[in-house]
Design a protein around this ligand. Structure first.
Ligand code: MG
Length: 177
């Protein structure tokens, strides 16, 4: 795995098959009930007022590009793994209770998600804060504590992917105007 990854750092990005980390990150997102389309809908929610005629497909395409970044895949894998372990009660205390109850003062979930927002610069921070307050669409469901599922990390990760995709979209729109 390590050798495989090291070889990829120097390898060509174009046309390469989706490798293990990306494949697993995408699979885990899907298994935890989050679709790329739903994240695209968050991007549309964030950006429609700034770009007339913005279509969902363009939002989804930007989400796809964000998901192809290694830093993003690493955050997804780490966060979802912790959510799953806490759902199964497999973490050591006090971390088990902290993550299971999504304790307000914990904050590491937000910090991990910032590694995603960072990829596309500072516009992302504003979007990330905004969407976390509003909790539209899929974020509403991920925050539903009555489901018995634990999405302490995933809600921030999904918000951060949408914020990063929004920044990417905004930067690109600016450079083509
Ligand atoms: Mg959280």
């Amino acid at each position: 795995m390590l050798i495989h990854n090291m070889m990829e750092v120097g390898g060509k990005m174009k046309g390469k098959p989706i490798e293990m980390t990306e494949k697993t990150a995408r699979q885990w997102l899907s298994e935890r009930g989050v679709s790329v389309k739903e994240i695209g809908e968050l991007v549309l929610y964030l950006q429609h007022k700034y770009h007339s005629n913005l279509q969902l497909e363009e939002c989804v395409a930007n989400v796809e590009r964000v998901l192809s970044k290694r830093e993003v895949q690493n955050a997804i894998l780490t966060g979802i793994q912790l959510d799953i372990l806490s759902e199964k009660g497999l973490l050591e205390e006090p971390l088990q209770s902290i993550i299971e109850t999504d304790e307000g003062l914990y904050g590491v979930d937000e910090i991990l998600a910032l590694s995603i927002v960072n990829v596309y610069g500072s516009i992302g921070f504003t979007n990330y804060g905004f969407i976390d307050k509003q909790k539209p669409g899929i974020l509403q469901r991920l925050n539903d504590k009555s489901s018995g599922e634990c999405h302490t990390f995933l809600d921030d990760i999904v918000g951060a992917i949408a914020a990063a995709a929004s920044s990417r979209l905004a930067h690109r729109a600016e450079s083509t105007e």
